[in-house]
Every structure is written in C-alpha cells, then in structure tokens.
Write a protein that binds this ligand. Structure first.
Ligand code: HEM
Ligand code: CA
Ligand code: CA
Length: 308
C-alpha cells in the first residue's frame, strides 16, 4: 500500500497483529534448550552472523539455490548448527499468526531468550524487522572477520556498525560458551606450538586435536571455556588473560593495548560485562534492518517466498 507508514523498529511491534508472538518464541526457545542445550549457543552466534553482514534480514538462514550460494555454506560459518530448530520456532509462530512474524525477528528474539537460558542478561530488544530475499554470501567476508584477523581490522569492522571498543570486547565474551573445531585451531599447534599459549592448555588442546590435519568426518573440537562451558559469564576474560584463548582474535583481545583494559575490567566485574554486552547486542540487533514495506515476511525461514 502506498501510504503504509514505517515506524521502523519498535518495542513489541506485534502487539496488535500477533500479541502472543514473543511468548511463543520464548516458550519454544525454552523447550528446545531443555532438549538440546547447544541450541542457545546457535541463537547467540546467529545474531552476529546475520546482523553483522550488512543487515539483520535473516539472509543467513536462506538455503542455497541453483542461482546463489547460502551464507551458511561459507567457511566463516563453519560449525554453525541447529538451523532446523529455527524452523521449529517459526512453525509454532505460524500456527498462531500465519504470515505475520518475520524470520529476522525470530532470529533476534531467539538470541535474546537464548542469552537468558545461558545465564546471561535479559536484553529488551525492538522488533519490526522484515526478511531479505537474497543471500549475501558474496560480501560476507568483507564483514565477518576471520579467526586470525588483526585487532585493527576487527575494531574497524565493529566500529562501522557503531560498536565501540568495550562493545566489541563484550561481544567476544560470547566465546564463554560453545566450541571451536580443530580445523580452526591446529595452526596454533602444528608444526610448532604457538609459544603464546598457556602450556597447560596446550596439553588439553593436543589431546582434543591430535592430528595436524583433522579428519573432516570426525567431529573434533575444543570447548571455548573449559571452566564454565555452558554459561555465558565473564570466565572468558580470565581465560584469555591466562593465555587460554583458542582463536588468535581471542588471544589478541587480551594483549592488544586498545582492548586489554576492558578485558581486565570485564574479568573483574560480571555486571560491567553484562552492561556492555547488553548495549552492544542492542546495537548489533538494530543494524540496518528492512522495515515498513521493504522485504517480506517469509513463510519458511530457509527459503524466500515464491513470487506469483
Ligand atoms: C572477530 C569476531 C569473531 C570471530 C573471528 C569469531 C570466530 C568464531 C569461530 C572460528 C568459532 C568456532 C566455530 C566452530 O569451529 O564450530 C566461533 C564460535 C562461536 N562464536 Fe564467534 N567469532 C567472533 C565473534 C562472535 C560474536 C560477536 C558472537 C556473538 C555475538 C560470537 C558467538 C559465537 C558462539 C556462541 C560460538 C560457539 C558456537 C557453537 O558452539 O555452536 N562470535 N566463533
Ligand atoms: Ca543478514
Ligand atoms: Ca563460560
């Protein structure tokens, strides 16, 4: 419609069109978390991989088609999992309110509720995002840093989204949960062990990743935070200060003079970590959304709607 107004993102965007939407999502996230704890890691990682690549438009969720490659199949998305359970949430929402709630909002709200499941803060977030129709795989690497990227590049990429240094430091605290596959680590172990690594941690990493070229069929990985692997807490900062960061970026966060002061502060104060984390997730979740009459409300999160 021509005169359709665009309020942009607002709190409780679905209050008239689907008042139960946020409760349904919360309940599904809770049920899924009871069955598979690692779904919550996925919801958290999703918000980064969708929103940081130009727009929170659920482009991440699209499957490959004959014409385009899925973002999910890019190397930067290595290890991402549980996408089928996004469909479980979407189906539950569709049963109550068909064609109303976007996959982009489901992705963001599931991250919010997943963070709470993991013991993190409750972050009020706006809704009203609409779904893009295209994969952004071809530009993904311009936005998502690699595991061994320099801190200058990482800081620049987050600054371009309006996320400052403490915001970046807080977001990387997400590596307080979940896992990293050996393929992303072996370059720090073979042919020589990276001398920056804590020797006690090296022993564990070598035990978990015994081959310099990991068998692609074996699921070999190291937990990101051996202390509290299932909890989103500030233990990550103590790990990286103790030279137990798995990725080069994790290690650099604790050593670069621009980020180290915040790492120390977050290692000491969980509440400071949560405050900065909440602020940064909010900015990330509002990165360049499609609103108003742009984009569409997908029927299924893994495919764009058919145009008639
Ligand atoms: C410089 C930025 C970042 C880089 C280079 C990076 C890289 C990685 C890599 C390589 C993994 C391991 C994947 C695997 O082997 O399975 C990982 C895991 C993870 N990342 Fe990041 N990450 C970054 C920032 C973030 C941010 C901002 C978030 C969330 C807001 C996040 C959330 C996660 C989570 C939750 C996992 C664990 C996933 C699981 O266990 O399924 N990361 N990241
Ligand atoms: Ca996206
Ligand atoms: Ca932890």
């Amino acid at each position: 419609a021509e005169n359709e107004e665009d309020p942009g993102l607002v709190m409780n965007f679905y209050k008239d069109t689907c008042p139960q939407a946020e409760d349904i999502i919360k309940e599904q996230v809770r049920l899924l978390y009871m069955r598979h704890k690692n779904t919550a890691f996925s919801w958290l990682r999703n918000i980064f991989h969708d929103c940081a690549v130009q727009s929170c438009d659920a482009s991440l969720l699209l499957d490959s088609t004959r014409r385009s490659l899925s973002e999910k199949e890019m190397d930067r998305s290595f290890g991402m999992r549980n996408f089928r359970y996004i469909e479980t949430i979407k189906e539950a929402v569709e049963r109550e309110c068909p064609g109303v709630v976007s996959c982009a909002d489901i992705l963001v709200l599931s991250a919010r509720d997943g963070i709470v499941s993991l013991g993190g803060p409750y972050i009020p977030l706006k809704t009203g995002r609409r779904d893009g129709r295209k994969s952004r795989a071809e530009i993904l690497e311009e936005y998502l840093p690699d595991h061994n990227e320099s801190m200058s590049v990482v800081l620049d990429r987050f600054a371009a989204m309006g996320i400052d240094t403490p915001g970046l430091v807080a977001l990387l605290g997400s590596h307080s949960v979940g896992r990293t596959h050996c393929v992303k680590l072996v370059h720090r172990l073979y042919p020589e062990v990276d001398p920056a690594l804590n020797p006690d941690h090296v022993e564990h990493m070598l035990y978990k990743c015994p081959d310099s070229i990991p068998d692609p069929k074996a699921v070999q990985y190291v937990r990101n935070d051996r202390g509290t692997p299932m909890v989103l807490d500030n233990n990550y900062y103590r790990n990286i200060l103790d030279n137990k960061g798995l990725l080069i970026v994790d290690h650099q966060l604790a050593t670069d003079k621009r980020t180290k002061p915040y790492v120390k502060k977050m290692a000491k104060s969980q509440s400071y970590f949560f405050k900065e984390f909440s602020r940064a997730i909010t900015i990330l979740s509002e990165n360049n959304p499609l609103t108003g009459s742009k984009g569409e409300i997908r029927k299924q999160c893994n495919v764009a709607n058919k145009l008639h």
